[in-house]
Design a protein around this ligand. Structure first.
Ligand code: PMP
Length: 349
């Protein structure tokens, strides 16, 4: 048969979304369980009457709000169809075919897909035996072809977080012509004061981009919206490769409303953190190697038992996220949901 798509994509693993089964408890996609923030539904209802028009491609009002929130200039902020799309734009803006994208593994499963789709070569550096990024090995893996490094902090799916001192050393070791993307999708759940806020601590470095999302703590996963903060020169060229109009009108309206409900977001993140700490303690009873987590999920390094454990939970109507041969990621849900998971886990083991 005539080939119409790239042969190298045949072997590329597809993105696996967390399963949603009607009536089952879903702890598979790192969502927050409390519904949309106050004001969001009203903002969506108001925005819906204008959907025959294109959205504001400059995303002016929302970028203004994000600028106020983050204390960075509007020209440095770009929004996109989820932070995953922005990650893709960053690779597109930095890599030519054959260039290298570096990241730790295991980490966010979209990184290999994004690198491959740009024709870039993935360079994966194994996590430490404590399931954290090995920053020394990552710095040592930089070559003349490295154009971009993803640093996921806290790391999905292990929950581990890098401290300021380690990141300082790492950033000092990375050449200035390599873009370092600090992916902080779970920043709002961080409670350890030694884990830096990438924007505040590294936002002014020329080769650092900070990636944030409104999908997790801000409760807008279904609307697909994230943002990045980069230096103006970087932002200028990234903006050129953004898919036009990819931040929808409803996403812009909802994000503006969500940002106004920051206090409630913080309160809910606090509830998640409280449950996270309880869940972590309980999980360590049967999975003692589960690492400390700073995100809204816990990692069970069950190795070859991961898929069977995931399946057994699913049979009890609790959906978690297993990664074959490696481990299981469990999103922190409500108290009742977490109890249901712990019960299912006890039977699954
Ligand atoms: N980065 C990380 C580390 C993630 O875990 C996720 C979501 N799973 C994303 C980015 C993408 O989130 P979104 O596209 O919904 O903003």
């Amino acid at each position: 048969m005539t080939r119409l798509t790239r042969a190298d994509l045949d072997a590329l693993p597809a993105y696996v979304p967390g399963k949603a089964i009607p009536g089952a408890i879903k702890l598979a996609s790192n969502e927050v369980p409390y519904g949309p923030l106050p004001g969001v539904v009203e903002a969506l209802t108001a925005a819906i009457t204008d959907v025959h028009r294109y959205p504001d491609m400059g995303v002016v009002a929302l970028r203004e709000a994000l600028s106020r929130k983050t204390g960075t200039a509007e020209e440095r902020i770009i929004t996109g169809c989820g932070s995953v799309a922005l990650a893709e734009h960053l690779v597109r803006a930095t890599c030519l075919p054959g260039d290298e994208v570096l990241y730790s593994w295991r980490s966010f499963e979209a990184y290999p897909i994004i690198a491959a789709s740009a024709g870039a070569t993935s360079v994966r550096v194994p996590n430490t035996d404590k399931h954290a990024h090995d920053l020394r090995a990552m710095a040592a893996a930089v070559t003349d072809r490295t154009r971009l490094i993803f640093v996921c902090n806290p790391n999905n799916p292990t929950g581990t977080a890098l401290r300021t001192a380690e990141l300082d050393d790492f950033l000092a070791a990375v050449p200035e012509n390599v873009l370092v993307v600090l992916d902080e999708a779970y920043r709002e759940f961080v409670t350890d004061p030694d884990v830096p806020d990438g924007l505040r601590t590294y936002g002014d470095r020329p080769n650092v981009v900070v990636l944030r999302t409104l999908s997790k703590a801000w409760g807008l996963a279904g609307l697909r919206i994230g943002y990045l903060v980069a230096q103006p020169e970087v932002a200028g060229n990234v903006r050129k490769v953004v898919t036009p109009f990819s931040t929808s009108m409803v996403a812009q309206a909802a994000a503006l409303a969500a940002l106004k409900a920051e206090d409630e977001m913080t309160r809910r993140a606090g509830l998640v953190v409280k449950e996270r700490d309880r869940l972590l303690k309980a999980v360590r009873e049967f999975s003692p190697d589960t690492p400390e987590t700073q995100a809204n999920f816990v990692w069970l390094p069950l190795g070859d038992r991961a898929m069977a454990f995931g399946q057994a939970c699913e049979e009890q109507r609790v959906i978690v996220r297993p990664f074959a041969g490696d481990g299981v990621r469990v999103t922190v849900g409500t108290e009742e949901e977490n109890d249901a998971f712990l019960e299912a886990a006890a039977k699954a083991l």
